[in-house]
Design a protein around this ligand. Structure first.
Ligand SMILES: Cc1cc2nc3c(=O)[nH]c(=O)nc-3n(C[C@H](O)[C@H](O)[C@H](O)COP(=O)(O)OP(=O)(O)OC[C@H]3O[C@@H](n4cnc5c(N)ncnc54)[C@H](O)[C@@H]3O)c2cc1C
Length: 413
């Protein structure tokens, strides 16, 4: 075992993947979370290892649509009024990221992560014996209008293909062959054959945590109040004690903003809340995730039912669940399934979203013993394993598999 002791703060899928990768590289690792691992945003996602996601959100065309979407109560986008001041710095950086040169850089950065993601995932799934939680059935994205589908074919889908994504256009009959229980609300869509999904995001986190502990990793159930780096070590102030590590990795999802602010780093990250409903769809069944892309909702077949996931609500992480959102999502599911599903449970959680869509990965310039791994927005499950690998390379002082400059914490300073 290497002599360095690494403290990981945050046991979501990103912290767990980082802890496992460092442990596999021979480090002594302690993971700290205020809750059981995997209960943050990592609990509630749609379960997709979204290999197709290679385009940043900021674009002027998107920016122009946003005010209208925010005013339309049925759109996937919404905002809590009180959250507006927090959104201003995010909005400013989002605007800057819309310029074509920035957009191209963002695209290249996302591609660079995607190129290493599958292999990094495979490694973690193998060592943790979690392959049974993963299905390789591809994923479908459907359109309800010919016009929307045609525009996507000439736009985003074309760009994705150019980025190396394996995708096929399907007409309505071909979709029906793949998913006979999806209603005829669509004109066809896109099939991503290489996309995988998990049937239980929380069980995946539990498997990661179990393997970590079985191999000597320590999980501390405590809340981190402050991170106090100095030249030789990093102290971490907990509820009633102080722990000291050679290096610390901050993986606290949406809460990372507060920790970075304490360390003097400006981080215009926001809480972009997403919802899920677990549905009982009766005699119907699905074999793979199916998205209604015009409405930004996905139905994913999971162990405990069909997970209907989606929406982007800019709101404080602790704001109550907004029933208008879940009601709207349920209406979309009824159209997609052509029946009246029963709700088994509802959930809301915060995506840690950066203005340029890119996660924040690497050392802090001012405090090199503090590494950060957060801000994965819509893609935390997809990019968790590669993030762990990159942080491990960074701590080992090895050449990085991916250029970390676009992911630097100081890029918004
Ligand atoms: C509805 C929805 C659907 C999604 N679908 C997908 C998808 O299909 N594919 C995909 O790749 N991504 C998806 N995502 C995004 C993905 O879930 C997140 O990006 C990812 O879970 C972020 O992981 P994380 O480990 O950074 O954060 P989290 O899972 O939130 O973990 C952070 C951890 O830090 C802990 N913590 C915070 N502060 C402290 C503190 N002070 N002290 C101690 N512990 C602390 C928390 O308790 C928590 O466990 C989706 C998200 C949502 C909401």
């Amino acid at each position: 075992m290497k002599s360095s002791h690494i403290g990981i703060i945050g046991g979501g899928v990103v912290g767990l993947a980082t802890a496992l990768t460092l442990q596999a590289a021979g480090y002594k690792v302690t993971l700290i979370d205020k809750e059981a691992p995997g209960m943050g945003a990592s609990f509630g996602n749609a379960g997709l290892f979204a290999d197709y996601a290679r385009l940043p959100f900021p674009r002027f065309s998107m920016m122009c649509k946003m005010p209208g979407m925010l005013l339309d109560k049925t759109s996937p986008l919404s905002m809590q009024g009180r959250y507006l001041p927090t959104l201003v710095p995010y909005g400013l950086e989002f605007f800057k990221a819309c310029f074509p040169a920035k957009y191209r850089q963002g695209k290249a950065a996302m591609k660079s992560l995607q190129e290493h993601s599958r292999q990094a995932d495979q490694q973690l799934l193998r060592i943790t014996n979690a392959q049974d939680l993963i299905k390789s059935e591809g994923c479908l994205g459907l359109f309800s209008t010919e016009d929307g589908f045609a525009k996507a074919q000439g736009g985003d889908l074309k760009e994705r293909r150019e980025q190396g994504v394996n995708l096929e256009f399907l007409n309505a009959a071909q979709v029906r062959e793949l998913e006979p229980d999806i209603a005829d609300f669509h004109v066809g869509g896109v099939f991503y054959p290489d996309t995988r999904f998990t049937v239980s995001p929380v069980e995946l986190s539990r498997r990661y945590a179990l393997h970590f502990e079985n191999n000597g990793g320590v999980i501390l159930l405590d809340e981190v109040k402050a991170v106090l780096p100095n030249d030789d070590e990093v102290s971490v102030r907990l509820s009633n004690s102080v722990a000291t590590y050679d290096q610390v990795v901050v993986c606290t999802g949406v809460a990372s903003k507060e920790i970075l602010t304490q360390l003097g780093v400006k981080m215009p990250m926001v809480s972009e809340r997403g919802y899920h409903l677990t549905l009982d769809i009766g005699a119907k069944s699905l074999s793979r995730p199916v998205g209604w892309l015009d409405k930004s909702v996905f139905l994913t077949p999971m162990e405990d039912g069909i997970r209907l996931a989606g929406t982007a609500e800019f709101a404080f992480a602790d704001a109550p669940l907004n029933p208008q959102r879940t009601e709207g999502m349920l209406e979309h599911a009824k159209v997609m399934l052509g029946n009246n599903p029963t709700i088994k449970s509802t959930w809301v959680g915060s995506r840690p979203s950066t203005p340029d869509t890119l996660p924040v990965i690497g050392p802090l310039e001012k405090f090199p013993r503090v590494k950060v791994a957060f801000g994965h927005g819509h893609l935390g499950l997809t990019f968790a394993a590669i993030t762990g690998k990159l942080i491990t390379e960074c701590i080992q002082g090895e050449a990085s598999s991916v250029d970390l400059k676009p992911f630097s914490a100081s890029r918004f300073s």
